[in-house]
Design a protein around this ligand. Structure first.
Ligand code: SER
Length: 310
């Protein structure tokens, strides 16, 4: 069957890059971009959609003949702490509406992004195993950890084909992140080219797993097109491409922008980052559906600066 894909949260950091990639893979008219706010014309075929409105989701699925959903709408880690109960509502009720609507309307395939925020202080920090202790300490992380388990539940109990990866921090020249703890790794590029000074909200040695957007998009498309039998993890796959500290990315950017200076003013996001892990073991993703990254830190930095200068 021809895919007819609905993307929620389409205007976000991931959606605005993933949507064109999905259209390239499956055809311009096969992807409906949705968001809580109206999307501008550059998004092409789009509609507003509030994921808290179950009837609206079902109506849209029916009217547009949707058979796949990429459920990206969520409030991220740092922003989520401003209003924990609202974050829980958007992230959790939003997912349950998508799952229930998918069950009711017979959706073929669903993509659900999870995150390194599902890990917590007592998770092993280096080479974090696929199946490990999840004790998230942000409401975003709690909602994603619960969400992963709901996905497995709907797969096991109702046979829904839901697939998920735990994205590291995502770095893109095409879109800006909003309200995450890993956002510094995008901000530093913009400041490097604008003011040649960056004030970092994490400490110099706080190491986090990260990924360049082209890798994240490719991982998503590859996961979703893998044969059903090869998907062995129905919670969410660990995924890794690179891992660095603010001091390390600063040094790498300075090879291209020698006058760049940095200072450190750690805030509450440092406390969040400290509960996450440094590197993850993604051998299951590599084995089950052939994941392999293309960008390490030097290649990513070079490519980011090249594109941002255009
Ligand atoms: N980039 C996200 C955040 O920082 C992690 O998934 O919240």
């Amino acid at each position: 069957m021809e895919p007819k894909i609905l993307v929620t949260g389409g205007g976000g950091q991931l959606g605005s890059v993933l949507i064109p990639a999905l259209r390239k893979a499956y055809g311009t008219h096969s992807v409906l971009a949705t968001d809580i706010r109206p999307l501008d014309e550059s998004f092409g075929w789009s509609s507003t959609l509030d994921v808290l409105n179950f009837d609206m989701i079902c109506d849209l699925i029916e009217r547009e003949g949707i058979n796949q959903i990429y459920h990206l709408a969520a409030i991220l880690s740092a922003k989520g702490e401003e209003n924990p109960t609202f974050t829980w509502k958007v992230n959790m009720d939003g997912l349950l509406n998508i799952l229930e609507a998918s069950k009711k309307m017979g959706i073929d395939k669903i993509f659900y992004p999870s995150t390194i925020a599902v890990f917590g202080s007592s998770t092993p920090k280096v080479d974090t195993p696929q199946d490990t202790i999840l004790n998230p300490e942000t409401v975003y992380g709690i909602s994603k950890a619960a969400g992963e388990n709901w996905c497995k539940y709907y797969h096991d109990r109702f046979g829904l084909d839901i697939r998920s990866v735990r994205y590291p921090g995502l770095i893109s020249y095409e879109s800006l992140p909003g309200g995450g703890t890993t956002d510094y790794a995008v901000d530093i590029f913009h400041e490097a080219l604008k003011s040649e000074h960056f004030t970092c909200f994490l400490k110099s040695d706080t190491r986090l797993p990260m990924m360049y957007m082209p890798d994240a998009v490719r991982a998503t498309v590859e996961l979703m097109s893998a044969p059903k039998e090869s998907i062995k993890s129905r919670t969410s796959y660990n995924l890794e491409a690179m891992s660095f500290t603010p001091a390390e990315i600063y040094e790498e950017i300075r090879k291209h922008v020698p006058n760049l200076t940095i200072s450190y003013e750690p805030d509450f996001r440092e406390l969040i980052a400290r509960t996450w892990v440094e590197t993850v073991d993604d051998s299951s993703a590599r084995k089950d559906w052939g994941w392999k990254e293309a960008f390490d830190l030097p290649r990513m930095v070079e490519d980011m600066l090249y594109h941002l200068k255009q």
